[in-house]
Each structure stands twice: as structure tokens, then as C-alpha cells.
Ligand binder design. Structure first.
Ligand code: TYD
Length: 206
């Protein structure tokens, strides 16, 4: 089983991700928890180029899409596919839907080209379930209090984040069987309870 987590900035995605990982481990599921961009030594270096360096401000959106995809290609081959082949349950904080949402809908890159790049990068691997933490950008960005909490992409204009948000809604409508949307605006315990309920409905024991 390959489960990914998606959501806009400030949706509490990473907190919920960690709670779900812990809950699955507590009932004895063999979980591999990983994240994008990153998840490998090569991928973490690419992450640094993408998110942390001042020169990133000059990065062309096409270069950005290819770097996220390069990190993903390494991640799939080095970590995700071997874990799935060993029968482990893989949980990944962000995956290719982020590229479609941010570089596609957000920056306006061609979605057909991005899907082809994504298929090349992943070798066609797709998540079984994608948990989407639904949180409007006005709410999510407001939750990030200080500039220090914001990475290069977080700092882009509200318009960009609105396009990302609309992009996620569009992708969910195109593939409703894969996505599980959970309202991320209530408190963290309530959001977690809803995720657990949704995963149980999909046959996960936790
Ligand atoms: P991260 O600090 O992991 O933030 P978050 O908690 O929001 O996941 O930063 C990842 C950033 O990279 C986030 O702003 C989304 C962006 N991103 C893309 O633009 N494209 C991608 O393909 C991926 C994986 C992430």
C-alpha cells in the first residue's frame, strides 16, 4: 500500500502525517515514512537547492519542475519501490500531485508535459490513496506566524497559493477514487479522527 499526503501550506499536513505513521506502527504495520522533496541523500541535496538557497529566487519554473522530478526519480528507485516490493506500507509526505499543483496550476506550466515528466520520473508508480488536507490558503498562510517558518515557495503571492488550491480541487474531481479529502480547519484531534475514519473505510486496520 502506497499512501501519499497532500495539502497547501499551513494545512497541518506534516503533523497529521506523523500521527498516522505512529498510529499504524502502534498496531504493528511495517511502515516506511518518507517525504518529498528529499527522502534520499541526493534528494535532500536537491531539496536544499529548491527551497533554501537565496539564488533560488532566479529559478525558472521549468528548472524547478525538473529538479522536483529528479529528486522523485531517485526517491522512487532507491526507497519507495524497494519498500513496496518488501511488503511495507509506504507513507510519503507530498508526491507528484505537488508538482502538478505547484508547478502546473501554480506557475502555469503545461500539465500534459508535467504528467509525462512525472511518469518518466516515477516509472508509472501511483499512490493507492492520497490524503488531502483541505485548507484555504488564507487560513493556511495565516497559521504560519513568522517568516522563518516560510520556505521560498511559501513566500510567493497569495494568488499563487489560490491557484495551487484550485488545482488540488480540480485534480480531486478528476480522480475521486484515489483522493480522500479531509477538512483541515478544525483542531488537530478532530482532523486526525477524520483521517483515521477515512483510512478504515479504505480497509486499513488502525
Ligand atoms: P516543506 O517544507 O516540506 O513544506 P510542506 O510542509 O508544505 O510540505 O516544503 C515543500 C515545498 O515544496 C512546499 O512549498 C511544496 C513544494 N513542492 C513543490 O512545489 N513541488 C513538488 O513537487 C513538491 C514535492 C513540493
Amino acid at each position: 500500500m502506497f499512501i501519499t499526503f497532500e495539502g497547501p501550506e499551513g494545512s497541518g499536513k506534516t503533523t497529521q502525517f506523523q500521527r498516522v505513521v505512529a498510529a499504524l506502527q502502534a498496531v504493528g504495520v511495517d511502515v516506511l515514512a518518507t517525504r518529498e522533496p528529499g527522502g534520499t541523500l541526493i534528494g535532500e541535496q536537491v531539496r536544499d537547492i529548491l527551497l533554501n538557497r537565496p539564488e533560488g529566487a532566479a529559478m525558472a519554473p521549468e528548472a524547478e519542475a525538473l529538479l522536483f522530478s529528479a529528486a522523485r526519480a531517485q526517491h522512487v528507485r532507491e526507497v519507495i519501490r524497494p519498500a513496496l516490493a518488501a511488503g511495507r506500507t509506504v507513507l510519503c509526505d507530498r508526491f507528484y500531485d505537488s508538482t502538478l499543483a505547484y508547478q502546473g496550476y501554480g506557475h502555469g506550466l503545461d500539465l500534459t508535459a508535467l504528467r509525462q515528466i512525472t511518469t518518466f520520473a516515477t516509472g508509472g508508480l501511483r499512490p493507492d490513496i492520497t490524503i488531502y488536507l483541505d485548507c484555504p490558503p488564507e487560513v493556511g498562510l495565516g497559521r504560519k506566524q513568522s517568516q522563518a517558518e516560510l520556505n521560498r515557495l511559501d513566500r510567493l503571492a497569495l494568488d499563487f497559493h489560490r491557484r495551487v488550491y484550485a488545482g488540488y480541487q480540480a485534480m480531486m474531481q478528476q480522480e475521486p477514487e484515489r483522493w480522500v479529502a479531509v477538512d483541515a480547519t478544525p483542531g488537530p484531534d478532530e482532523v486526525f479522527a477524520r483521517i483515521v475514519a477515512a483510512l478504515r473505510l479504505r480497509g486499513l486496520r488502525l
